[in-house]
Write a protein that binds this ligand. Structure first.
Ligand code: TRH
Length: 370
């Protein structure tokens, strides 16, 4: 059923790393299962650090405007599946070229509209619905909505084959040493976030009391998280935000890691702070207690999305309260209660592992619609 097909995945980088992070992960996962993937991206620069190893079967192509038709190579490898990631609107000249090919006796590609991840109820209602194309060279074709999600009626989550084996073989001490992190047995906490107003409080809490009576080492992701921490820790105004100095807190600033090493980071830590869409899924697979900073939207729609996610997690009150504070303008933070948080993460992870992953579901869906 899963014969090799030619996929064309289109990705526009809006901001941050989530769009390209998800599109690369999907491309690499499909290619590792024998599919051929052309990943068209308007700014693929992040792949240099995110996926330096590349993946056989994936070619990354620049999404220029207009698209370099000489790069299409549609004659030798016609498109069989088009993936429009996150409403990016596939280049019209590409669609026209596919339509032209179909008129010349070729096949109509399966057109997938890959949506953002959410635990909200609309996902189950909308997953796999058709949307007939009304105008243009592809009039009469169908776009299929494909919604990733957390329930059997949704499209699943990215989970590449071999992930669990990789995780089981992971050696935390060796990995930390390879990262030149001089670990002396402190509690390890990863931090990947935007600029949460309660950050100063978190750092002050760790500095004053550590966590669970032990010193804390914070492993801070490169980029916005590192800038936000530096703004607090190096506060020029007499260290007002951490009045007692670093105390029980030590901080390691990380370089940009590959996606593989980003997993290792999450597996190495006792508590993970993650943000956005892709890293929250990786935190679920890591199975450690985590706190999610959701990508904020101007219309506050993210608050509903956050509540749905906490509902899906069956989050205990302490985890709800912490998320509420971490995702608000509040500066105060409630207590960290990881035993309770671990329990809910383990239960959800176990349940999610019994469901087919996103690439498997997509392959099956495409086989049916071809
Ligand atoms: O970067 P993000 O905040 O991306 C966001 C969200 O996905 C949001 O939903 C989306 O709408 C917006 O982008 C446009 O968080 P996310 O989704 O976790 O993506 C981060 C990616 O970067 C993920 O694939 C992990 C990867 N990463 C590394 O590989 N190495 C690193 O060192 C770091 C910090 C991240």
């Amino acid at each position: 059923m899963n014969r090799s097909r030619q996929w064309d995945i289109f990705c526009r980088v809006i901001d941050n790393h989530g769009d390209i992070g998800v599109c690369w992960r999907l491309s690499a996962d499909l290619a590792a299962r024998g599919q051929q993937v052309r990943l068209w991206v308007d700014d693929g620069s992040a792949l240099a650090w995110m996926a330096p190893q590349g993946q056989a079967g994936v070619s990354v192509l620049p999404w220029t405007e207009p698209l370099g038709l000489n790069l299409l190579r549609l004659d030798s490898a016609p498109c069989e599946v088009m993936v429009e990631a996150f409403g990016c609107e596939i280049a019209p000249e590409f669609i026209a070229a596919c339509a032209e090919q179909q008129r010349a006796g070729g096949q109509k590609p399966v057109w997938i509209n890959l949506e953002y991840l959410s635990a909200e109820p609309y996902v189950e209602r909308s997953h796999a619905l058709p949307s007939p194309v009304q105008h243009g060279p592809a009039a009469g074709w169908i776009k299929w909505f494909f919604y990733p999600g957390f329930t059997p009626a949704a499209g699943g989550l990215l989970r590449e084959p071999g992930l669990l084996q990789r995780q089981a073989a992971f050696d935390r001490a060796a990995w930390l040493a390879a990262q030149h992190i001089d670990w002396g047995g402190e509690k390890l906490v990863s931090l990947f976030c935007y600029e949460p107003p309660a950050l100063a409080n978190l750092l002050a809490q760790f500095a004053r009391a550590g966590w669970a009576g032990q010193p804390v080492r914070l492993l801070v992701a490169a980029g916005r998280a590192a800038s936000a921490v530096r703004a607090v820790a190096d506060d020029k105004k007499g260290g007002q935000l951490m009045p007692d100095g670093p105390g029980l807190l030590s901080i390691s600033y990380l370089p940009l890691l590959s996606q593989l090493d980003f997993d290792h980071l999450l597996w190495a830590c006792d508590l993970n702070f993650v943000r956005g869409e892709d890293s929250v899924v990786r935190a679920l697979w890591a199975g450690k207690p985590f706190v999610w900073q959701i990508y904020p939207q101007d219309d506050q729609a993210h608050q509903t999305k956050l509540q749905a996610f906490l509902g899906m997690l069956a989050a205990p009150p302490s985890l709800r309260a912490f998320h509420q504070a971490w995702n608000s303008l509040a500066q105060e933070l409630p207590e960290i209660n990881t035993p309770d948080w671990s329990e809910s993460v383990h239960a959800v992870r176990q349940r999610l592992l019994t469901q087919p992953d996103l690439a498997s579901q997509l392959l099956e869906f495409v086989a049916k619609k071809s």
